[in-house]
Design a protein around this ligand. Structure first.
Ligand SMILES: C[S@@+](CC[C@H](N)C(=O)[O-])C[C@H]1O[C@@H](n2cnc3c(N)ncnc32)[C@H](O)[C@@H]1O
Length: 425
């Protein structure tokens, strides 16, 4: 998928008036632009003009209704043998965000990694005939479909190429913007290396299982994020494939995802832990029900702790009463090798939720207390205090010691640092 921002994330979904969309794609496009503009995803006139011009419905699979084509959601276009999506047309809100973040101008040279045609056509509208748009995809069928749709809609000047985007596309570089439309676990040297001096790299980067669409610009020997938005994308294939480890802890009803080579657990011990008692404690920290988007920052804060960490995903119906995480798709979980504690939530009153933690295993009490303590730190120092600074350095860089709270995510090519404002803890 490309676009999901979690159950509480994003700025709401635009559902189109079905009578209008059935009647007329131009009206549907106008409605989409109005919705994206009113929710703040579109602020630049050239981006609005591109969404108004490109016929999104002509890039969707045959049989897709106009309503679906112009709703502000992802449209899946390809699935793998296991039924999981391998390609999609991203949600319009996310495409608008990425296009604005890339600061595209007429005449710009742009590389899109992960194709489909529609987003490349939007880019082509913005950079105009003097610009260059190259769109690479690892799946030859996606490339063929993109070429076909681009040619039918009059955007033949987009160059759709079958290639592994891990290596960029040197023949047409350097680029003013590299826009990655597939979830990456790392940033290979080609993406930064094929940027012009003032170029922008927009990339959905997985940070300990939480994917953030980062807008990265060069600062000395590293990249610094000027914006970060929660999102979901299909994962990268090919040479840059870097899958998250999945540990079933209750058959397939509860999966622990580990996105950090330094976090090691015993799957058998965790399974056994879930057969034991549940430790449950509640925090004085509450969250107004209207403030759902705050979960995004809280999740990244909990993931940023320099300690073993995972994400719990559960089948709510089948695990209710045993596992009741705050987020059934993506719940922050503190770990030791044989114990876990996840974030939970209960209704405090008619207007607020109350946070808590549930723990299992020999270290359950310690982990639950640690989680509550982190909630207090977040509440007192970070919830109203902006987002962390995210920087990406070449692997092996030795960063100066700092008293500030910072997590380092080591990957093959890079070292990502997430630094929170204020003092340590
Ligand atoms: C979300 S889709 C792209 C969406 C598209 N840009 C659009 O118009 O909305 C992600 C694409 O990335 C492709 N992909 C996955 N790994 C890749 C890689 N290593 N290099 C290039 N493309 C890749 C998939 O085949 C898939 O088509």
């Amino acid at each position: 998928m490309a676009g999901s921002a979690g159950p509480f994330g994003g700025k709401g979904v635009i559902m189109l008036d079905s009578d209008v969309t059935r009647a007329n794609p131009e009206d549907a496009r106008r409605q989409l632009v109005d919705g994206l503009t009113s929710r703040g995803w579109i602020t630049q006139p050239q981006v609005a003009a591109a969404f108004a011009a490109v016929p999104r419905h002509l890039f969707t699979p045959a049989g897709t209704s106009l309503e679906t084509a112009y709703a502000d959601t992802v449209v899946i276009t390809r699935r793998g043998p296991d039924g999981k999506a391998t390609s999609s047309i991203s949600a319009p809100w996310l495409q608008a965000h990425m296009l604005e973040a890339a600061r595209l101008r007429p005449g710009a040279r742009v590389l899109e990694i992960g194709s489909g045609g529609y987003n490349a056509a939007l880019i082509a509208e913005i950079v105009g005939p003097a610009g260059t748009v190259v769109s690479v995809d690892i799946d030859p069928q996606v490339v063929a479909n993109a070429q076909d749709a681009l040619s039918r809609t009059g955007y033949d000047r987009v160059r759709a190429v079958h290639a592994d985007g891990e290596h960029g596309f040197p023949p047409d570089g350097p680029y003013d913007a590299v826009i990655v439309t597939v979830e990456a676990g790392d940033i290979p040297p080609a993406w930064n290396g094929q940027l012009t001096a003032g170029g922008v790299l927009v990339v959905p980067l997985r940070l300990r299982g939480h994917t953030r669409c980062l807008t990265l610009v060069r600062r000395d020997d590293h990249l610094i994020a000027t914006a970060s938005v929660q999102c979901g994308f299909v994962p990268m294939q090919g040479d840059g494939r870097d899958p998250v480890r999945r540990v079933p802890v209750r058959g397939d009803d509860a999966i622990l995802s580990l996105d950090d080579p330094t976090t090691q657990v015993s799957a058998d011990a965790l399974r056994a832990a879930l057969d034991g008692p549940r430790v449950e404690m509640w925090s004085p920290v509450t969250l107004a029900m209207s403030m759902g988007a705050a979960f995004e920052a809280l999740h990244l804060f909990l993931a940023s702790q320099p300690r073993p960490y995972g994400i719990l995903t559960v089948d709510r119906d089948r695990t209710a009463g045993l596992l009741d995480p705050q987020d059934r798709f993506c719940c922050p979980t503190l770990l030791t090798a044989d114990s876990l504690a996840y974030l939970t939530l209960r209704r405090h009153d008619d207007e607020a939720w109350q946070f808590g933690a549930h723990g299992f295993g020999p270290d359950a009490t310690t982990l639950v207390r640690d989680l509550l303590e982190l909630l207090t730190v977040w509440d007192q120092h970070h919830r109203d205090n902006g987002s962390p600074c995210i920087t990406v350095h070449p692997a092996g860089t030795r960063l100066p010691d700092t008293e500030r709270l910072r997590l380092l995510v080591p990957r093959r090519h890079t070292l990502t640092a997430i630094t929170w404002p204020g003092g340590r803890r």
